[in-house]
Design a protein around this ligand. Structure first.
Ligand code: ADP
Ligand code: MG
Length: 455
């Protein structure tokens, strides 16, 4: 099979698996570009489409192509707009994403302590961090005006530094002349001590310290709990820095691993100021958010790991995002050095887990369900709510969720563009029926047998 046949067959399958509207919006204009042995380029018409495909349908696309070709195909996207091309658009999607997050030129980062990759664009929002994110964006749009100071607290590895840095990066992007300083509380203290020591000989060093921290438009101090309980000089200097900025309506953002009231060793003159601004926290992300975060990391790293594998890792690690990311990197590196494919089985072994979920191909699952109930795929995905279709549809929802590691949202797309709440409802419905002795129970167990699912 040559590349163009492979691409045709892939489109054919996607057309049967996805709803008409979804297929039309994202794949109907996609074209095959340059190809090489196990590498293909797919040309799409806009960044948006490339972005959506890579976020929502990448796993499906990759697994379909790999299955048809019986190979591990590296997929690259190329954006070809109808309008005049610029060089940037010649880059593959993933370069493009990275480029986007680095549009602020390098030199203005000097001395800011900011890391360009920590942006709002690369920060995934979910129920656990929605409020903090909303405040952070408001702060970045109107520094010093709306919420000042902004005190952000959350457990370790839950995105405090990322979100705080995103504020700084966004401010600089809008106004490259703004003076933004990011420092950890520890750096603040160390530089203060250095300044005090040097100041004994040359007075200007102490001034340099004050210039750095007091002549800013936005001051970001990370892990403020570090200052609590430190020597008087540190707390005193911090208090004056804080005051100087606050009085001149400059933005202050602080993070901590605990809420203000638990910072008992911090000078009350400082803590009492927090109440004049806003305090927000972030919680551990739920499993859908963890999946979204890990998929984003994969894309930024230009890795081609299928969604169901990424989702499996995301579901397995609940502690915090740093650990999630760390394990993800380790798994990728290990699999590469061992020359192994990154499968769910491989990940499960790495994470020391037993998998009780066999993994099934989406397309095959839908075909099997339709064959069992003797209905057409189009009816399965269609709008009709007659019982002959509703039952197979709900059974598909249940089986897809349980045995393909596909998130509710994507199942909704696969089953004709339905809302994720509909999918959740359908899945629950079938689960309830299974606990009773109904026909559905018999159906499900027959379909599972056909699919070789023993669990
Ligand atoms: P903290 O400062 O709270 O200990 P970090 O900000 O260092 O945590 O986050 C740890 C890692 O997790 C970073 O690599 C960061 O990019 C990532 N991370 C945290 N939250 C998110 C999010 N909502 N979206 C994407 N990445 C995130
Ligand atoms: Mg941090």
């Amino acid at each position: 099979m040559n590349h163009s046949e492979l691409w045709k067959a892939t489109l054919g399958e996607l057309e049967t698996v996805l709803s008409k509207a979804v297929f039309k919006s994202f794949f109907s204009h996609a074209q095959l570009g340059k190809t090489e042995n196990n590498r293909i380029e797919i040309i799409v018409g806009s960044e948006y489409i490339a972005d959506q495909i890579s976020k929502k349908f990448y796993g499906l696309l990759k697994s379909t192509i790999d299955r048809i070709s019986k190979d591990n195909i590296d997929i690259q996207f190329k954006i070809e707009k109808k309008e005049v091309q610029t060089n940037v658009e010649d880059l593959p999607l993933f370069n493009d994403i990275q480029k986007k997050s680095q549009t602020v030129s390098k030199d203005i980062f000097e001395d800011t302590g900011l890391i360009p990759k920590y942006t709002f664009e690369s920060f995934i929002v979910g129920p656990s961090n929605r409020l903090a994110h909303a405040i952070a964006t408001a702060v970045s749009e109107n520094p010093g005006k709306v919420y000042n100071p902004f005190f952000l607290h959350a457990g370790v590895g839950l995105g405090k530094t990322h979100l705080m840095q995103a504020i700084g990066n966004a401010v600089l992007k809008q106004n490259p002349k703004a003076k933004v300083v990011y420092a950890t509380a520890e750096t603040f203290m160390n530089e203060l001590i250095e300044a005090i020591q040097a100041g004994r000989n040359k007075n200007y060093t102490a001034n340099k310290f004050r210039d750095k921290f007091r002549k800013t438009d936005v001051l970001l101090i990370d892990d403020i709990q570090f200052i609590a309980g430190r020597g008087e000089a540190t707390q005193e200097e911090f208090f004056h820095t804080f005051n100087a900025l606050y009085m001149s309506q400059k933005q202050i953002v602080l993070t901590s691993d605990r809420p203000p009231k638990e910072l008992s060793k911090l000078d009350v003159r400082i803590t009492s100021r927090f109440s004049s601004g806003i305090v927000a926290d972030m919680q551990k992300p739920d499993s859908e958010t963890r999946s979204a975060i890990l998929r984003e990391k994969r894309d930024l790293m230009r890795e081609t790991i299928p969604n169901h594998v990424v989702d499996f890792i995301a579901q397995s690690i609940e502690t915090n995002i740093r650990e999630l990311e760390g394990n993800f990197l380790q798994i990728i590196t290990r699999a590469k050095t061992e020359g192994q494919d990154l499968t769910i089985e491989y990940c499960a072994k790495f994470l020391g887990q037993n998998i009780d979920k066999p993994v099934v191909n989406v397309n095959e699952l839908l075909k099997t369900v339709c064959a069992y109930y003797n209905i057409k795929i189009t009816d399965l995905k269609g709008k009709s709510r007659v019982k002959e279709y509703v039952v197979p549809r709900q059974v598909s929802m249940y089986l897809l969720k349980k045995f393909t590691n596909t998130p509710y949202m994507v199942i909704g797309d696969i089953l004709g563009g339905r809302d994720h709440t509909t999918i959740m409802h359908g899945t629950e419905k079938v689960e309830q029926e299974l606990s009773l002795d109904t026909k559905i129970k018999v159906d499900v167990s027959n379909i599972k047998r056909t699919l070789n699912i023993s669990a």
